[in-house]
Design a binder for this molecule. Structure first.
Ligand code: DHB
Length: 388
């Protein structure tokens, strides 16, 4: 009896040891994304980019086997939080990543803080997100970053009177506020600010109002995936024929959809941090490899946020030599500076937010395809939304 108990104890101990060793040699990334529903293209783009990064850079880093665990939150923040909790408690992930929309990132922030797990925000772009937890690092962009550049460009190009139309939640409110403040500072005027619901928006009645108001331009922010519907309605309501220009952050001429938008998109000027047409050698390679691995799919700004997010995680793991927990990883994420397919980028050690070039771009047809062609750049833009 004694002996059997003893053997049992040994078996248990060795099982635990094997378990612990397997655990020690695995580095888990919990990637929470909207894979279905209104924001599904964001999930598809980011997952594809993360897998491409792993295919190109191997799945062993600092002696650890990288395991990517993808979860679909359908872009419902309650689901994001529940999945993050399960990933931390049950799967013992080393890093949380993804976060397709702002409410999902904000809902998860307390879990990152409590569990001291670095949380890499690859998509969501409301300025305040990085202030919701000291464990958040962002590789996407912020709406103030993109909006201010366009508000500097517009009045120099004959656009003085503008109506704004934004999705009624964090990033839309940021875009509306920062665009308006800077345009007003530059001598322009926002004559009306319209907000449409995030879920299932009907743009038609809003666009009719804009047509009646006859501004020089309509400034638009809608999340990735909604741009094509705006373009279609803009043309159907005859706003382009009425001489109203469409301008916006690059979310509206999203590379995921741009090619199917047709003539109405040609000439649209936007400001953003990434275009699939960015003319660098690194980006050309990225776009080609991404297309090759995904049946010709063109990467958009979500993909680049995912790709660079993986880079930040890989390098942090290398720098901390696979030792130490969340705090060591976080420290090694801060201050990273590197070339991305978007251009040079930098993770500000103080704010943990991305500092990057913002481009002015115009939609042009090249070889029969529609692209956001960059024509000007504002270097090293910090998030203007940060108060400290
Ligand atoms: C957010 C989502 C988007 O799809 C986008 O293009 C910009 C911001 C967000 O929810 O933060």
């Amino acid at each position: 009896m004694q002996k059997r108990l003893f053997l049992h104890a040994i078996a248990l101990a060795s099982l635990t040891a094997t378990g612990a060793m397997a655990q020690d040699n695995t580095f888990k990334i919990g990637l929470i994304l909207p894979m279905t529903g209104q924001q599904a293209t964001t999930g598809r783009q980011i997952e594809a980019a993360a897998r491409l990064y792993m295919a190109q850079n191997g799945d062993t880093v600092a002696g650890k086997k990288i395991q990517l665990i993808v979860k679909d939150d359908t872009s419902l923040p309650d689901a994001t939080r529940r999945l993050a909790q399960e990933l931390v408690v049950n799967d013992k992930v080393n890093v949380l990543a993804g976060f397709g929309i702002t409410p999902s990132a904000l809902a998860t922030a307390p879990i990152a803080t409590q569990s001291k797990t670095p949380m890499v925000v690859m998509a969501a772009a409301t300025s305040s997100i990085t202030q919701a937890s000291p464990y958040i690092v962002r590789t996407s962009f912020t709406l103030p970053q993109a909006s201010v550049a366009l508000a500097d460009w517009a009045p120099k190009n004959g656009i003085k009177k503008v109506v704004t139309l934004v999705s009624d939640y964090g990033p839309g409110i940021d875009a509306e506020k920062f665009f308006k403040e800077r345009l007003t500072f530059n001598g322009g005027q926002v004559t009306e600010s319209l907000r449409v619901p995030l879920r299932g928006p009907d743009f038609a009645p809003f666009l009719q109002k804009v047509r009646d108001a006859k501004p020089d331009a309509l400034f638009v922010f809608v999340p990735s995936g909604a741009g094509a519907a705006v373009m279609k309605q803009f043309a159907e309501r005859g706003l382009d024929k009425a001489g109203i220009k469409l301008i916006g952050t690059g979310d509206v001429t999203d590379d995921d959809q741009l090619n199917d938008m047709g003539d109405v998109a040609v000439g649209v000027v936007t400001s953003h941090h990434y275009s699939a047409a960015h003319p660098s050698a690194m980006n050309k390679k990225f776009v080609e490899a991404f297309g090759k691995a995904n049946k010709g799919l063109r990467p958009n700004f979500m993909a680049v946020g995912g790709y660079d997010g993986m880079r930040v995680i890989y390098e942090a793991l290398k720098t901390s030599k696979g030792q130490g927990g969340g705090d060591a990883l976080l420290a090694a994420m801060k201050g990273q500076i590197f070339e991305s397919p978007r251009g040079k980028m930098f993770i500000d050690a103080q704010t943990r937010d991305v500092v990057q070039d913002i481009y002015l771009r115009k939609v042009e047809r090249k070889d029969g395809q529609l692209y956001n062609v960059e024509f000007d750049v504002i270097k090293d833009v910090k998030d203007p939304g940060k108060t400290k």
